[in-house]
Design a protein around this ligand. Structure first.
Ligand code: FES
Ligand code: FE2
Length: 422
């Protein structure tokens, strides 16, 4: 249990707060690349700051303050030009550093005036990788963007799911340090609902109770381990486990497919949740060519506000949001299932202090080589998959991105020649 002050310290992300300063030391996804192909500006709110992401006509990406420095209109309605984003109201133009580079009327009446040089708004570095656009909002120099291994898989189909959540980011992350919820929320509750068709359910690993859980801090975050009933500490679930990547990513999967779940704080009571999906095609099978990495905005509630809890991660979203905008940790009663959460809170606290003392927090990369050759352990065979003859594609979230046929093909490619087993 935390007191109210400790709860605020761990959850508040505005500039100048301890957690806000820690979070500003990391790259965060802010959009799918394809979003800017569909519309070249996107309003984003990250770490409590209102920003506009845009791609100009030369292909340069910018992330600058959302409200025009002249008279504060919303630049997500602005016009990307060859170099910069032009305000639609009186034509001022800003470049990707946030510097004002044109003021048409001012320049007409004062051709020698230097007003524009004195006008600058926030502008943050952005970088595209594998279908996502990442931003860095901390002090310079920025660390290198980490290239987790699914971003290097060119034999895979990729997909992006985005959800805007009405709750604080820490609720999402604490769920990732809580292995026991899997057998309940994702298995017992799934069985109770019977919302997935019986033939798909038959390919889903069964509910197996946890016997033991364990956690270790490592270079990139925390490894979580479990022993399920009928297994031993020789199984991958314990021996290898899988990580949360500090501070805001859950990394799951095995050799065939992986997901990175980024929990990006919008502000203290909202989270922008990205899942980066990667599904490998079996060796020797052709890999579908994706013209662009698709994306979907996940409809996790219906018109009446009721959660769609058919699929795994949408079940999590129901749990996260129903804890409230900021979970009242000062009322909670922690048990032995929560030791990973306690460890993670300690690690966050320790890393906030490192930043406050002027140091470099963990899992930041100061050499390009280190950022591109990261070795992260993940299970090869997770959570009772050996109990089912084959897996089928069951989405983790609602909605359609357009990648579904390619994903189904990638999943099925591992069973080519084995059709009789279905
Ligand atoms: S409000 Fe943007 S140019 Fe006037
Ligand atoms: Fe979960």
């Amino acid at each position: 249990m935390l007191n109210q002050q400790e709860n605020e310290r761990l959850t508040q992300v505005g500039a100048g707060t301890p957690m806000g300063e820690l979070m500003r030391r990391y790259w965060h996804p802010v959009a799918a690349t394809a979003e800017l192909d569909d519309r070249p500006t996107k309003a984003v709110r990250i770490l409590g700051e209102d920003l506009v992401l845009y791609k100009d006509k030369s292909g340069t990406l910018g992330l600058i303050e959302r409200f025009c420095p002249h008279r504060r209109v919303d630049l997500s309605y602005g016009i990307p030009e060859e170099h910069g984003l032009r305000c639609m109201y009186h034509g001022w133009m800003m470049d990707e550093t946030g510097q004002c580079i044109e003021q048409p009327f001012e320049e007409t009446v004062h051709p020698d005036g230097r007003f524009k040089e004195k006008v600058k708004v926030a502008g943050y570095p952005v970088q595209e990788m594998g279908g996502l656009i990442f931003a860095y909002m901390g002090p310079q120099p920025a660390p290198f963007l980490p290239v987790w291994d699914p971003f290097q898989w060119d034999d895979a189909v990729h997909d992006v799911g985005i959800t805007t959540l009405d709750c604080n980011w820490l609720q999402c992350m604490e769920n990732s340090l809580d292995p026991v919820h899997v057998e309940w929320l994702h298995r017992f509750y799934t069985n109770y609902q019977q919302a997935i068709s019986p033939d798909l359910m038959a390919t889903m690993p069964p509910r197996i109770p946890h016997q033991e859980i364990g956690f270790d801090v490592f270079d990139h975050g925390i490894i979580k381990r479990r022993v399920l009933e009928g297994y031993t500490k020789e199984s991958d679930d314990w021996k290898i486990g899988h990580p949360i990547l500090f501070p805001q990513i859950l990394y799951v999967g095995g050799f065939q497919s992986k997901t990175l779940q980024y929990r990006v704080p919008i502000d203290d009571t909202h989270t922008l949740h990205f899942i980066y999906y990667s599904w490998r095609v079996a060796p020797g099978q052709p890999v579908p060519k994706q013209e662009r990495i698709p994306y979907k905005y996940v409809p996790h509630r219906d018109a009446s506000g009721r959660y769609d809890t058919t699929f795994t991660v949408d079940q999590d979203k129901m749990a996260w949001e129903t804890q409230g905008p900021v979970a009242k940790r000062y009322l909670e009663r922690l048990g032995k299932s929560d030791v990973g959460i306690i460890l993670y809170r300690r690690l966050l606290t320790e890393q906030m202090q490192i930043v406050a003392d002027g140091g470099e927090p963990m899992n930041t990369f100061r050499s390009k080589e280190a950022a591109e050759s990261i070795n992260v352990p993940t299970e090869h065979m997770a959570l009772g998959r050996d109990k089912v003859p084959r897996i089928k594609f069951i989405p983790l979230e609602a909605g359609i991105s357009g990648a579904e046929d390619d994903i189904r093909y990638a999943v099925e490619s591992w069973y080519v020649g084995e059709t009789a087993k279905t």
